[in-house]
Ligand binder design. Structure first.
Ligand SMILES: [Zn+2]
Length: 375
């Protein structure tokens, strides 16, 4: 009996079914990639209360939600969402007319609420744009049509989802490394990364020149299990991957570390790395200039250029280092003795500006790396 209830409990955790709402005439569906809620309570026939639950605790406050809602008969439904042990971070969005649109909502101290016109046709609601593994693979496959690009698997997540790379190799041993999606809900950073990579692999004059002089390794989705389950932060082992780089205990991180080690073993030189994330505002977390002597002004030279070419975008930067935290940029600095940056986009940054900034950031990083190489 005990075993049975444990099994049922774990099934409900892993399948993420909204048990309390199953008997209602309103259906909340969470059986798809990136979906997640937690508990569901029907207050009355027009009011649903969701309580978001993290994968484990303690955890960074990034309560994610994703679900599809439908009703037997068309009606207005009020949805209230609160986060267990945290505050709401994301503004609700609905997938409509083939795009994600912000839903007008009220923000209270601990929860948010909004009204939806619900019918038998399910509405897809999400904390941020849903960007799942399938979409990453479609994107990578489209790039892999290019003759200079290699699309391959470099490792596996705990639940056996592929950690894949896109890679272009020049007749050079110098490498630019781009990684992303360590933290599943950080979609604005992921959107920035897609556009950034599109530009680095584009047909523009600078991208063509850059690819002749630098190899580029892109690992865009390091936490595919977390993305699938709609996790707030961690991988399936309950670990923050961006605290794991010093010891590389998690398979997702270990696969990237092993790949980088092989690059270096085969004579490659890692020259720079960018790790894409999201937080409350746009900010670049850098390694202090005096921490490393090699190319110590590279990051600031790049960001100075970005500031000049895109004056409408505020280039905030914060230098910091902590060798023991297991953060990716610090791992790059300590192991390969080169600078790296954590590229953070704001949760609510205008999506057109994310793209604009990513294109300029790619362009100016490539030109900065090329100019340093000539010296
Ligand atoms: Zn992050």
């Amino acid at each position: 009996m005990i075993y049975k209830s444990i099994l049922l409990l774990s099934l409900s955790i892993f399948s993420n079914i909204a048990n309390a709402c199953l008997n209602s005439d309103i259906t909340i569906d969470t059986q798809f990639a990136t979906a997640r809620i937690g508990q569901c309570e029907q207050i009355n026939d027009k009011h649903i209360q969701l309580t978001l639950l993290p994968e484990n605790t303690p955890i960074n406050n990034s309560p994610w939600f994703g679900f599809k809602i439908s009703a037997k008969e068309q009606k207005q439904v009020k949805i209230s969402i609160k986060a267990d042990g945290g505050k709401m971070r994301y503004s609700p969005k609905v997938f409509k007319d083939n795009t994600w649109q912000l839903i007008p909502f009220e923000k209270h101290d601990k929860d948010i609420s909004f009204s939806l016109n619900v019918s038998s046709e399910p509405l897809w609601i999400s904390a941020q744009e849903s960007l799942n593994s399938l979409e990453y693979h479609r994107w990578a496959k489209a790039h892999a049509q290019k003759s200079f690009l290699n699309h391959d698997i470099i490792g596996w997540s705990i639940e056996h989802r592929p950690i894949f790379k896109l890679e272009s190799r020049a007749k050079s041993n110098q490498w630019l490394i781009l990684v992303g999606r360590q933290h599943p809900p950080e979609v604005t950073g992921a959107l920035a990364m897609l556009t950034f990579v599109d530009h680095v692999f584009s047909d523009s004059a600078i991208a063509n020149t850059f690819r002749k002089r630098f190899n580029i390794l892109v690992v865009p989705n390091i936490n595919p299990d977390g993305v699938y389950h709609g996790y707030w932060r961690h991988n399936v082992a309950g670990k923050d991957l961006n605290r794991d780089w010093k010891t590389a205990m998690q398979p997702e991180v270990a696969s990237v570390v092993k790949y980088l080690d092989n690059i270096v073993k085969n004579g490659g030189e890692i020259k720079y790395a960018v790790d894409f994330h999201s937080t409350y505002k746009d900010i670049f977390y850098t390694i202090p200039e005096d921490y490393l002597s090699h190319n110590h002004t590279l990051t600031n030279d790049w960001l100075d250029k970005l500031e000049k070419t895109l004056p409408e975008f505020e280039v905030r930067r914060k230098a910091g280092q902590n060798p023991n935290r297991g953060v990716f940029k610090q791992f790059i600095a300590d192991k390969y003795k080169v600078h790296a940056v954590t590229y953070e986009m704001g949760d609510n940054t205008d999506r057109a500006m994310i793209d604009k900034a990513a294109i300029e950031a790619a362009e100016t990083l490539m030109s900065t790396l090329l100019s340093k190489q000539k010296q």
